[in-house]
Design a binder for this molecule. Structure first.
Ligand SMILES: [Zn+2]
Length: 171
């Protein structure tokens, strides 16, 4: 697997350095409880989990499935929540496929800071679309403004595919 180099993530990595100002509490729990899904780039809410865009994406259309339960390990997650997370990962892939036609995906979770988890207290699953040659062209978009405009664009595209994919999956 070729690694993606996403320079705009340096802003995110800086927020973990000593002395960085941190907002209190869990970011996911905060956004789950907020009533502003568009601002928080939340694509879909179901009973036990949500699908949202990653604010510091590795690639265009990078989605995450986040359980509503604040838990750091698989063992702590309720069984039905695990099942629903998997269903939402399938839905997220279908939405991405319908909206932006990737050639492949990286799917998974980073458990623990050493494995690269940014938010290690609240388990979440990454769905990263991949295109042939993307590790070559992504560094060109090294501009936070371009990234955020691109994210709003992608959010609209994903939302336009949501209902169709929900219907197809009968959920
Ligand atoms: Zn949380």
């Amino acid at each position: 697997m070729e690694k993606l180099w996403s320079p705009w993530r340096s802003k995110y990595i800086d927020s973990f350095k000593p002395g960085a100002v941190k907002e209190k509490g869990c970011l996911f729990c905060r956004e789950l409880n907020e009533d502003n899904d568009e601002k928080n780039f939340i694509v879909h809410r179901s009973e036990r989990s949500i699908i949202m865009m990653n604010l510091f994406p590795y690639n265009s259309g990078h989605l995450m499935v986040v359980p509503k339960q604040h838990a750091s390990t698989f063992n702590e997650l309720e069984e039905e929540t695990c099942v629903e997370c998997m269903r939402n990962m399938k839905l997220a892939m279908n939405i991405i496929t319908d909206a932006i036609h990737p050639h492949g995906f990286n799917v998974g979770a980073n458990i623990g800071r050493i494995a690269g988890a940014g938010i290690e207290d609240h388990i979440h699953f990454h769905i990263v679309p991949r295109w042939t040659g993307d590790s070559n062209f992504m560094p060109i978009i090294n501009d936070v403004k371009v990234i955020s405009e691109a994210m709003e664009d992608t959010y609209k595209k994903l939302m336009a595919s949501l209902q169709k994919c929900l219907n197809e999956m009968n959920c």
